[in-house]
Design a protein around this ligand. Structure first.
Ligand code: NAP
Length: 270
């Protein structure tokens, strides 16, 4: 039996075990997916290799610390965070499948970022993944965050490693950027377990595709207001699903059984 798992703190309510175990059942793999809350993430990742763990996901607050325990691939190095470790190499390889999670969530909804104008709201871990996912294909990217300095810092990182037109500002800059945007990603925690939105409804329009990284609740106020404005909406479970599918594919070399994983995830989310 192969063992995969998740390292984070807390991980008790993680949706990854049912999602990944649904994948193993769907493809007939003899494998389990377990969760760990270590004190020292880098030591845990190093120890997992000795224990014969086949693959690990890494989540908050260890995604940055895990960089020290792996050979980061170019995506993880750019983002500065690891969420997936592959132990089939020595040293283990670290990647960041949140980036593919954003890309594939849009693709699943027939939204093509190529040449688009995008706005990412937030400057934390999810926003970094979204900004690096969108910087290359889009023609212009704007990062807006409550703390404008953090948005500036993320935009500077993206400009330095990807290039292109990347601007930044506080949340007040949404008033100028969202009306002209094709893509909008909420990568703040606003809307999580509350009925708040970081983007005023009157800025939303029918030419937008809106991805909300928040998945609890699934139908956030932002998505409801975007739908009312005629926009295409993509909920946070799609990002979660595709970061998991991408990890599965890295570990196994096989196409992920996305439909089975999606069913398990949505059953958990209600
Ligand atoms: P994080 O690193 O802690 O970043 C939080 C972000 O939210 C920061 O930009 C912060 O702004 C902003 N923020 C927090 N409270 C705010 C408020 N009251 N008003 C305006 N902005 C506020 O968190 P994260 O890991 O990026 O996660 C962000 C969200 O994405 C969470 O809801 C998380 O569950 C979700 N997420 C989803 C996926 C997925 O696969 N769907 C993956 C990762 C994360 P400041 O910089 O000003 O503090």
């Amino acid at each position: 039996m192969d063992v995969y798992g998740l390292v984070g703190d807390p991980v008790g309510h993680s949706l990854s075990p049912p999602m990944h175990e649904a994948a193993y059942d769907a493809v007939g793999m003899d494998a389990r997916y377990v969760t760990f809350e270590p004190d020292d993430a880098a030591a845990a990742v190093a120890g997992a290799a000795d224990l014969g763990v086949a693959g690990l996901n890494v989540t908050v607050p260890f995604k940055e610390a895990a960089l020290d325990a792996v050979d980061p691939d170019p995506v993880a190095a750019r983002v500065g965070a690891v969420n997936t470790v592959d132990f089939s190499t020595d040293p283990p390889t670290g990647t960041n499948t949140d980036v593919a999670g954003v890309e594939r969530a849009f693709t699943h909804h027939d939204v093509d970022p190529a040449g688009a104008t995008a706005v990412v709201v937030g400057a934390g871990g999810a926003a970094r993944a979204a900004a690096f996912a969108l910087a290359e294909p889009t023609a212009a990217l704007h990062v807006a965050n409550r703390t404008a300095e953090r948005a500036e810092a993320l935009a500077a990182d993206v400009r330095e490693s990807v290039g292109g037109e990347v601007t930044a500002g506080g949340l007040d800059s949404l008033a100028e950027s969202v009306p002209d945007a094709d893509l909008l990603v909420n990568a703040t925690s606003v809307g999580m377990e509350t009925d708040e939105t970081p983007v005023p409804a009157d800025l939303l329009h029918a030419d937008l595709a809106v991805l909300d990284a928040v998945y609890a609740p699934l139908d956030t106020r932002l998505l409801r207001e975007a739908r009312a404005a005629g926009a295409t909406t993509v909920d946070g479970a799609w990002m979660l699903l595709y970061q998991g599918a991408e990890a599965f594919e890295r570990w196994t070399g096989e196409e992920a059984p996305v439909a089975a994983m999606n069913r398990a995830l949505r059953a958990e989310l209600g």
